[in-house]
Design a protein around this ligand. Structure first.
Ligand SMILES: [Zn+2]
Length: 105
């Protein structure tokens, strides 16, 4: 039996303007931040969310930087604006309910 599983990505459809370290190309300090949420799936049904990957685009020279360890680079209050959609937590919530039902009933 073949189980189709893997990782998919979801564009969080939000972009914010942030000021951080200067761009390596043009020394401009203003970037547009976008985020992608990765999640595991089985038969294209989302199982659980994984990490977020941030992309910073320099507003002056359009250089795109990828940030995997965003907590180091983005201010804490800014990356909270990129929320993981709640529908990605439906399967883990159902799984926990099923396990608790199995334990207590
Ligand atoms: Zn630049």
């Amino acid at each position: 039996m073949i189980v189709m599983h893997g990782t998919k990505s979801l564009n969080l459809k939000k972009s914010i303007q942030i000021k951080i370290n200067p761009c390596v190309e043009c020394k401009c300090d203003t970037f547009i931040a976008n985020a992608i949420q990765l999640y595991k799936h089985i038969y294209f049904i989302p199982i659980f969310p994984q990490e977020k990957i941030f992309y910073l685009t320099c507003i002056k020279c359009q250089v795109v930087l990828q940030l995997r360890n965003y907590k180091k680079h983005l201010p804490q209050y800014r990356f909270r604006e990129f929320k993981t959609p709640t529908w990605l937590y439906i399967f883990p919530a159902l799984l926990i309910c099923f396990i608790l039902y199995g334990i207590f009933c």
